[in-house]
Design a protein around this ligand. Structure first.
Ligand SMILES: [Zn+2]
Length: 336
């Protein structure tokens, strides 16, 4: 089974001792020459154009962010840093998602993974924040709609709430959004009863610390599957953040690499059933470079149709809490 990917580590967009750093990509396996090479095709990235950004972002953001990049410094308290190299890096990162998305829509291949940074899902229409400059996944989904897609779904399994993506599509009837995230951490949004005007379309599931592999298996089966069956998107976009891994320094959700592999398999299978097979994973967070290498590799293995993926770090050390009451509440809220 073939899959497409883009890879861009943004080596010049960097700040020493910041977790969102090019070294995040330093331990990635050589997919181009390794055992998966015959299953994976790397695409050359076309950077995003201004009109691509403007489908999601306000013109003021483009002006203020470009000016901030020229000077360098911080644009929020996360802290989100910029430098003269950051503008082009952000265009290329967004272009990485667009390049794979457009290839999928052209029928070249239904599956892909955009492995680029800086990440995107915290970037709101008018604000760069949370290590994110432009909202890569939202820009790709908006582009797909502009090219004729009628309904898109975005599933965000990054450990943080995808506030920027939710803001981008808050009142957009063609885009469904479902974010899982650890409760009580950055950015603080994503309550289970948020966005009451969009029940069945905008879903938020805050999870207790330690909700790990079993929780995500339940989420796939009992929430995501019936939601996709009801929403009927023509393409599934995945904000793939790997900071929910138990080794990640920024959060405590307790997933393992095997858990990510099974989740990727489940997502691909759901895309086959409900989205004509079309699925695009877009990298978001993940701040332990060794864990990020194993976790992104697990998604690549799933995209290539492999039946297992290496998990040298093993399962998380914590006992998993029962999330059934919360799942029941979410299903009731959204009539699933
Ligand atoms: Zn995150």
């Amino acid at each position: 089974m073939d899959a497409l990917y883009t890879l861009f580590s943004a080596p010049e967009h960097r700040l020493d001792d910041h977790p969102e750093h090019p070294d995040r990509f330093s331990q990635f396996p050589p997919w181009q020459s390794g055992p998966l090479a015959r299953c994976l095709t790397r695409l050359k990235i076309t950077p995003a154009a201004e009109e691509d950004l403007l489908r999601v972002h306000k013109p003021e953001l483009l002006r203020t962010l470009k000016a901030a990049c020229e000077v360098g410094g911080f644009v929020d308290y996360a802290p989100t840093y910029v430098s003269p190299a950051s503008w082009q890096a952000a265009l290329t990162s967004a272009g990485g998602a667009l390049t794979v998305s457009r290839a999928i829509l052209s029928g070249a291949c239904p599956r892909g993974f955009a492995l680029t940074r800086p990440p995107g899902h915290h970037a709101e229409p008018g604000h760069a924040m949370g290590f994110c400059l432009f909202n890569n996944v939202a820009i790709a989904a908006a582009d797909a709609l502009a090219r004729g897609l009628e309904r898109a779904a975005i599933f965000d399994f990054d450990v943080h709430h995808g506030n920027g993506t939710q803001a981008a599509f808050l009142n957009h009837p063609q885009v469904g959004f479902f974010s899982t995230h650890e409760e009580h951490i950055y950015p603080g949004s994503g309550a289970i009863d948020e966005a009451p005007h969009a029940r069945g379309r905008l879903l938020n599931l805050p999870l207790p610390a330690g909700a790990g592999d079993r929780a995500f298996e339940q989420i796939m089966q009992t929430v995501l599957a019936p939601w996709l069956a009801a929403w009927q998107p023509q393409m599934l976009f995945v904000s793939a953040g790997f900071d929910a891994h138990w080794r990640d320094p920024l959060a405590h959700l307790g997933l393992s690499t095997s858990g990510y592999f099974r989740m990727a398999q489940a997502l691909i299978s759901l895309a086959d059933r409900h989205c004509g097979g079309r699925i695009l994973f877009v990298l978001e967070g993940g701040y332990d470079p060794e864990a990020l290498a194993h976790n992104t590799n697990a998604v690549m293995q799933a995209l290539a149709g492999q039946s297992s993926a290496p998990d040298p770090l093993g399962p998380g050390p914590e006992e998993e809490p029962d999330i059934n009451p919360r799942l029941a509440q979410l299903k009731t809220l959204h009539h699933l």
